[in-house]
Design a protein around this ligand. Sequence first.
Ligand SMILES: Cc1cc2nc3c(=O)[nH]c(=O)nc-3n(C[C@H](O)[C@H](O)[C@H](O)COP(=O)(O)OP(=O)(O)OC[C@H]3O[C@@H](n4cnc5c(N)ncnc54)[C@H](O)[C@@H]3O)c2cc1C
Length: 366
Amino acid sequence: MRRETRIAIIGAGLGGVTAAALLQREGFRARVYEQARSFERIGAGIHVSANVMKVLRHMDADHRLSQIGIHPDAFTSRKWDTGEVLFDLPLGNIGGQKYGASYITVHRYDLHAAILEKIQPGTIEFGRRLTNVEFDGSVVHLRFGDGSVVDADVVIGADGVNSKVREAVVGPSASRFTGAVAHRAIYPSKLLGGMKVRNCTKWWGPSSHILIYYIERSREEIYLVTSAKGDWHSQASWEFCSREEVASAFEGFHAEVRKVIVTAPELTKWPILDIESICKWSKGRLVLLGDACHAMMPYMASGAAMSIEDAAVLARCLLQSDDYTSAFASIKRAACRASLRCIGSPPKTPSYALRLTLPGSLAMTQ
Ligand SMILES: Cc1cc2nc3c(=O)[nH]c(=O)nc-3n(C[C@H](O)[C@H](O)[C@H](O)COP(=O)(O)OP(=O)(O)OC[C@H]3O[C@@H](n4cnc5c(N)ncnc54)[C@H](O)[C@@H]3O)c2cc1C
């Protein structure tokens, strides 16, 4: 595709910034429009799997992150009350040997920052909330909440589970609350008074679970994230919640879990949202990626990884195609093949399956 093509990316989450970095690296004109006024170090850890590390390697961002993050020896599953080890998924060197890159856990902010470093300064326009998408022949007019209008030739909707671009692609499709919430906390591990926990453990309860892991090689900070039944009536994307509320949701769990919960100085609560399955990921000059087209449950620990991989596949398709129409057609063909392999369930289809079907001069997923 012509490098002069004006590419507007809506959303500066992990998928949006990855798309910007990879496209700019290939000489494309990519700009990002983000509704938030700035980025904050909101408490969240994240699993970075081998497919993401390969994308990061392609943009020379893997080394620093690999040094900050922790390389867990195993992902352990334990029974909620007795602590019995149900399964140990070996990690350690296995990622490198089998998939050509490590599996690490890091602070989400550090992952975001590592990708942001690869974007040209001034690329992101903050405080720009997309409110409307209008088509006018060969141009797309993007209207923002502050009254401004931007013209673009191609628009990438990386605006998450409540995507406005998705509306323009498939019509009204609001996200829905799944009836489950995620509690989260990050705090200094020294507050645990010497209690050591394994690098990465998921505790499986009858109707809830909690994942506890370190997010830095130094093991100075510990992270907990849960999935439990709950209510959600707020318009906000998250809110603070009391320690008592979380302790009560995990009553009867093993003493180690309860200690990690009651030690947390501050806990937040997030609604777990989903979207109706959509099979159409592009329309005309618009294309979607990440949660905007296939929102993932957080307990899959892959939503961000999929957004990043989508961005890599999209960048590759745009690079290799004569125009956006054939690029989006390649994505559609690959997505269809991938969905067939996944028992006809396109929206939950792991996008990493796409890499198997696309030849690549961008060799990050070889
Ligand atoms: C509790 C929890 C734990 C998780 N843990 C993991 C994990 O360990 N590993 C993993 O891979 N994934 C995890 N996920 C999933 C992951 O966070 C998401 O799948 C991922 O962030 C999606 O990335 P994205 O770039 O598609 O969208 P987002 O990260 O949601 O980014 C969308 C961006 O678009 C902006 N935006 C939205 N609307 C507009 C608009 N109208 N105009 C302009 N900007 C807009 C938003 O402000 C945001 O910056 C977890 C999720 C949750 C809730």
